[in-house]
Design a protein around this ligand. Structure first.
Ligand code: AMP
Length: 191
């Protein structure tokens, strides 16, 4: 089973993806994690995307499609969870093509719905919690970058909701509930 977790920044995609990894042995593919890793290890690509990411803008389709292509080669029996990818219609088309080239298909798209005020609060809290735990907060977890990330989401990613609805793949889950309830609803949507 290959699924997409769709939703704005701060909707809980990463948290829920981790749970699916633990419960079902699926493989999480987070382009945000991959890009942060490239940034930290200082690869050429990492240096190129650092400023764009910190500002909260989307990196080019070409870069993230390349990252995903590498990871899905050869497939995976338990299935992939696409977390934070696709974020544009171009990426959605590329994903379809990459999956079919690997003899696979997309089974479900789960949209986590959360209101905008809650998103901004969650992300600013996430930064405060990281600092309180002695860790470094994400460079883009500040109010200014969050607003840009939300704008990018509404301009470029939200059209995917209509696209996947029309394809018949879309399932919607209320992301404002407790983490356990969100997990339970995702399980219901998938099974
Ligand atoms: P995330 O961890 O998913 O919130 O991603 C963090 C940042 O990485 C985003 O704000 C973008 O700058 C970049 N990024 C992650 N995934 C993508 C993607 N699919 N397309 C373009 N940029 C992305």
């Amino acid at each position: 089973m290959n699924i997409i977790l769709l939703g704005p920044p701060g909707a809980g995609k990463g948290t829920q993806a981790q749970r699916l990894v633990e419960e079902r042995g699926m493989v999480q593919l987070s382009t945000g994690d991959m890009l942060r890793e490239a940034k930290t290890s200082g690869t050429e690509m990492g240096k190129k995307v650092a400023a764009i990411m910190d500002a909260g803008q989307l990196v080019t389709d070409e870069i993230v499609i390349g990252l995903i292509e590498e990871k899905i080669k050869g497939g995976n029996a338990a299935g992939f969870i696409f977390d934070g990818f696709p974020r544009t219609l171009g990426q959605a088309d590329a994903l379809d093509e990459l999956l079919s080239r690997n003899g696979a298909q997309l089974d479900s798209v789960v949209l986590l719905e959360v209101d905008d005020g809650t998103l901004v609060k969650r992300i600013v809290n996430r930064a405060a919690e990281a600092v309180a735990a002695g860790k470094e907060a994400r460079a883009d977890d500040n109010e200014e970058s969050v607003k840009i990330r939300l704008m990018e989401y509404y301009k470029k990613t939200s059209p995917l909701i209509g696209y996947y609805y029309a394809k018949g793949d879309l399932k919607t889950v209320d992301g404002l509930q407790s983490m356990d309830q969100v997990s339970a609803d995702i399980a219901k949507a998938l099974d």
